[in-house]
Design a protein around this ligand. Structure first.
Ligand SMILES: Cc1cc2nc3c(=O)[nH]c(=O)nc-3n(C[C@H](O)[C@H](O)[C@H](O)COP(=O)(O)OP(=O)(O)OC[C@H]3O[C@@H](n4cnc5c(N)ncnc54)[C@H](O)[C@@H]3O)c2cc1C
Length: 390
């Protein structure tokens, strides 16, 4: 192994940072994580993790706990309805590892984090909360990093896992900012009726409304709609605004929309993307996760891409490549995968938004013939692109 016991600083303790902490610590490196938040806080709601993301969680050694903490969708079924509640079609997502890894899991974000944070603690990884980086000075083989607590240390590698609004990105001279995609997403958390076990996707005119179980007793809903850039909705109006945005939806959505009120757990997010050409590193500082490839959420793959970055980078450093060559190779391997996800996700969002907003009953019959093929093609291409990873 060319790169044993590197001193590594990970900036950001989100999905990418925690996954990187586990993968690098498992590989025998000395890892320290700095996280800007004083306390780990999570936006409410949940996240889907498809089989490719679950494979990364297996590689990180936490899959069993994740499967217990989340909700596995039986047979990986996604049921499509139109906005009136009429059934359109059912699709099945692929499992992995000869069926040992389920097709889709829904999980509360806080639970995903809890499992990864417990693993980091068990491995003795140092995590410094309420701290970030003020400057990075690079020499040939090291990066000297000054933190907000005034300390300064040298690292063999710094990993910028600090998300969409990465501060590490400009610090290494990359002037790419998040770009608004034209979509807003409304999410809410509810009690899960016992019989609601599938992932549900409802197609409305220019809008989508999804329902996803995330635990034995909870599910979350998510509705996407085009919103002008800079739209701001005061949180006290979220229940009312979410209801009005999806007023035309009935069927499985209706009971959850009707239940929204001042006490509901609701979140509005303006969807942004980060599209970054290679290289994703400068000297001994590399970006992973949303910091270099934040995607629209229509394929539910951003978290999976972030975890896979962490796994692939650790594997590359465990091989025969020098650190510099491994960082170069990392970008070359990951860019085609992450940009494929970004492009498909963007196209799915744009196609949905293009349907005439005035058409009260768009025709979704074409979806019956194409939906399963679209799933199979997407995961087939993802597998093929990942086939080149170490
Ligand atoms: C509405 C929506 C729905 C989504 N749904 C899904 C889904 O169903 N499935 C899926 O796989 N993905 C989904 N995603 C994408 C997914 O949330 C992201 O891709 C994923 O969170 C990226 O992880 P990350 O660690 O790179 O970034 P983040 O999760 O943003 O974590 C970054 C961390 O860095 C910290 N930080 C920030 N700046 C600094 C700094 N300067 N110093 C130190 N720490 C810092 C932050 O506090 C945070 O803890 C969705 C995204 C959105 C917007």
């Amino acid at each position: 192994m060319a790169n044993s016991s590197l001193n590594i600083l990970i900036v950001g303790g989100g999905i990418a940072g925690c996954a990187a902490g586990i993968s690098f610590s498992s590989a025998g490196h000395n890892v320290r994580i700095v996280e800007k938040q004083e306390l780990w806080k999570f936006q409410s709601s949940g996240i889907f993790v498809y089989s490719n993301g679950l494979e990364s969680l297996r590689d990180l050694g936490v899959l069993d706990e994740i499967l217990i903490a989340g909700f596995t969708i039986p047979d990986g079924i996604n049921s499509y309805f139109d906005h009136s509640g009429a059934e359109i079609v059912e699709t099945k997502y692929p499992t992995a590892d000869d069926g040992k890894i389920p097709a889709i899991l829904g999980i509360k974000r806080a639970e995903l984090h809890r499992v990864m944070a417990n693993k980091l603690a068990a491995m003795g990884v140092e995590i410094i909360l309420g701290t970030t980086v003020t400057s990075i000075q690079q020499s040939e083989h090291t990066a000297s990093v000054t933190l907000t607590d005034g300390s300064c240390d040298s690292y063999d590698l710094v990993i910028g896992a600090d998300g969409l609004r990465s501060e590490i990105r400009p610090m290494i001279g990359i002037d790419v900012k998040p770009k608004y995609t034209g979509f807003g997403i409304w999410r809410s958390v509810h009690e899960r009726p016992e019989t609601l076990v599938n992932k549900i996707m409802m197609m409305g005119p220019g809008k989508r409304f999804g329902i996803m179980p995330i635990s034995d007793d909870r599910l979350y809903t998510f509705g996407t709609v085009a919103e002008p850039e800079g739209s701001f909705f005061p949180p006290e109006t979220w229940a009312e605004t979410m209801q009005s945005r999806f007023a035309e939806f009935s069927g499985p959505a209706r009971q959850f929309l009707d239940a929204l009120g001042p006490e509901s757990e609701i979140l509005y997010t303006a969807v942004e993307e980060v599209v970054l050409p290679l290289p994703w590193h400068r000297g001994r500082v590399v970006l992973i996760g949303d910091a270099c490839h934040a995607s629209t959420p229509f394929m539910g793959q951003g978290g999976a891409m972030a975890m896979q970055d962490a796994v692939v980078l650790a594997l590359l450093l465990a091989g025969d490549l020098s650190v510099d060559a491994a960082l170069q190779k990392f970008g070359e391997l990951r860019l085609p995968v992450c940009q494929f996800v970004q492009n498909v996700s963007r196209a799915v969002g744009e196609a949905g938004a293009k349907e005439s907003k005035s058409a009260s009953s768009p025709d979704y019959s074409g979806l019956r013939d194409t939906a399963q093929t679209a799933v199979d093609d997407f995961y087939g291409t993802l597998r093929a692109l990942n086939g080149t990873a170490p």
